[in-house]
Design a protein around this ligand. Structure first.
Ligand code: ADP
Length: 609
């Protein structure tokens, strides 16, 4: 696979503690005097061998580096305790960048500078042990990598973006007999989808689960359409809800496993979210990757960024121009169709500011749950083809961002029913079972736009129980990302809020749980009271999550122009599209969107000539 660094900002390598280390039978430490070299070694760059070193990022990590006389062969993280989601990109990108550049002049990955710096520090340590000229290596960055030759390729279908919708489309097109090339600009597949908590809304109409939750496809439709202030296209909403369960069965047929039962995800309004067995969004990608490796016919080109989509002489979309890892040109021609599945623009601060009309601000002070590649690249490319964009101002924020990073990781809630939101004054302030936009608007009105999610041991019977982001509560407490109290007074002290207010808020909530009646904030979703120690709290802030506007499509996922006519050969699915979720997306509907509309795009593209 290709490798390329997608990184912004300067790494602060200094300040990371380095521990003594050993490698390949040699013993060396960071404080050791320069190694004596033989004449033969002096001719090479390194003393060949396997070296290990430790450094501290979010936690301690151990890195192994293998070198020959003249080459850095591999960089492997033997162990680490970095935060999932936030640090994934650094763990992918920094070692890959070092190998590609054959140097240490690699920029830190934006949003993961600590992890990036720790990896670089540990590799530097290993290379010091190998007798390398570190100053020379630090001046070697990716620009030094030799440019590969330009490529021109042919296939049936091009998919731009290897996130949830792109890979659902690629797999479906392949199942229909088409060959597919997937262009992915990042060094890994997954996009925003792999960072998602994993909740997928789908109603198995007539099943025991649907009966026990009093759910129906019609209710899913009503909550999606009305929850989006009726701005979604009713036809597309209908398609979403009607095909959701079929999508789950399609995934299960390919081996994907879901946990028993359903739960209510934040802003989901109803218990209808299915949770994969594999953590966060990885289950989808494990499933798609397994299919692809077993069946062939789908080639994923990583580090390959689409920059232009072209029509042929007949006006049909047929070619994508991309830039490969080393700046080389990659031109791909498709005999059938091009599917755009590039995701949203939550990480493009300038553009979200330009289109924002609904939020106090969406400038850089508001962080995002999104991966670094969610920059809305497809918008200019599609506009150049005459595509229409709708509802770009509909940007979803969540009240669930990590205060430091905006990430969803570290969120301690399991489901809506068993937790409350508490502001800095120790008080509840909103219906925590309500719409995402309403909860976030309310959070913007609280002191410092800051709140705590509070729950009891019902969610964490033991300290090793994990949240929806594969982190145990003990781990989060140790990292200072959650607090615990054996009494509510103790919890209030750890949170820094007035104890009497927190106790009154919890008492009031527990009374509503008992009565089952709608409370003063309009809340109706309850299960168990918050009454069993230990009690837990985790801080959260508003964060940009999903851009609900996008390119206009029809029921076949054909991209439409301003007159409502399909642009021949051009399809789109997933977050890049607009008009499904309206003004506010129901929690749990994004993954459903990727599966349902990704499959439609794949099938339609395969049937296109
Ligand atoms: P969705 O949920 O709609 O599938 P994701 O965010 O999961 O969206 O995936 C979108 C993918 O598209 C990401 O992996 C992203 O890196 C990729 N992508 C975005 N722009 C480009 C581009 N210009 N060329 C290639 N891939 C792109």
């Amino acid at each position: 696979m290709k490798k390329k660094l997608i990184a912004i900002g300067l790494s602060a390598v200094m300040g990371f503690s380095l521990a003594a280390c050993s490698g390949g039978g040699n013993t060396a430490t960071t404080t050791a005097a320069p190694l004596e070299t033989t004449a033969a070694e002096a001719a090479g760059l390194f003393k060949a061998g396997t070296y290990t070193a430790k450094a501290t990022g979010m936690k301690e990590m151990e890195v192994e580096v293998v070198v020959t006389d003249n080459e850095i062969v591999s960089v492997t993280l033997l162990s680490h305790g970095e935060t999932p989601g936030i640090s994934d990109m650094a763990i992918e990108v920094i070692p890959a960048g070092i190998i590609t550049a054959q140097g240490l002049g690699i920029d830190a990955v934006s949003g993961a500078t600590i992890t990036s710096g720790a990896i670089l520090a540990a590799v530097e340590d290993c290379l010091t042990q190998a007798g390398a000229d570190i100053t020379a290596l630090k001046s070697k960055g990716l620009a030094a990598a030799a440019q590969e030759a330009d490529q021109e390729l042919e296939t049936d279908i091009i998919v731009i973006g290897a996130g949830g919708a792109g890979l659902a489309a690629a797999v479906t097109a392949n199942q229909a007999g088409a060959n597919v090339i997937v262009l992915e600009k990042m060094p890994k597949i997954g996009g925003n989808t792999i960072l998602a908590g994993g909740a997928l809304n789908a109603v198995d109409e007539g099943s025991e689960t649907a009966a026990s939750t009093n759910d129906s496809v019609q209710k899913h439709y009503d909550q999606t359409y009305e929850g989006g202030d009726k701005q979604g296209d009713p036809e597309l909403v209908q398609i979403l809800v009607e095909n959701a369960w079929d999508g789950v069965e399609w995934l299960q047929d390919m081996g994907m496993e879901f946990q028993e039962g359903v739960f209510t995800v934040t802003g989901g309004m109803w218990p209808r979210a299915h949770k994969p067995v594999d953590p966060v969004g990885t289950g989808f990608f494990n499933t798609y990757s397994k299919y692809i490796s077993e069946n062939g016919g789908v080639e994923i080109m990583l580090n390959t960024e689409a920059i232009e989509i072209q029509k042929d002489a007949s006006g049909k979309v047929a070619t994508v121009v991309a830039v490969g890892e080393t700046g080389n040109k990659v031109i791909v021609h498709a005999s059938k169709a091009v599917i755009v599945a590039t995701g949203g623009f939550g990480k493009n601060v300038e553009f979200r500011q330009e289109v924002n009309t609904l939020w106090p601000t969406l400038d850089e002070t508001v962080k995002s749950t999104n991966h670094a590649g969610a920059t809305g690249d497809a918008i200019p490319m599609l506009k150049a083809l005459g595509a229409e964009f709708i509802q770009l101002e509909n940007i979803q924020l969540l009240p669930l961002g990590d205060p430091e990073t905006g990430s969803l990781s570290g969120n301690i809630e399991h489901d809506v029913e068993r937790r409350i939101f508490i502001n800095k004054e120790g008080k509840r302030f909103v219906n925590e079972g309500g719409r995402r936009d309403e909860m976030t608007q309310a959070l913007f009105e609280q002191t410092d736009n800051y709140m705590w999610i509070v729950m009891d041991s019902d969610c964490y019977p033991t300290g090793d129980v994990k949240n929806n982001f594969n982190e145990s509560i003990d781990e989060l407490i140790a990292q200072g990302r959650a607090v615990k109290g054996d009494t509510l007074e103790e919890l209030a002290e750890a949170m820094g809020v007035p104890a009497e207010n927190l106790i009154a808020a919890v008492d009031g909530f527990n009374a509503s749980v008992k009565s089952g009646e709608q409370d003063e904030f309009g809340r109706t979703l309850y299960s168990t009271p918050i009454d069993t120690a230990p009690f837990y709290a985790g801080a959260r802030v508003p964060t940009v999550h999903h851009t609900m506007g996008g390119v206009r499509i029809n029921a076949k996922t054909e991209v439409l122009d301003a007159e409502g006519n399909p642009i021949p050969g051009l399809y789109a699915a997933g977050e890049v599209t607009g008009g499904i979720h309206g003004a506010n997306r129901l929690g749990g509907n994004a993954l459903t969107d990727t599966v349902v509309f990704g499959r439609i795009a794949g099938a339609q593209a395969a049937a296109n000539n």
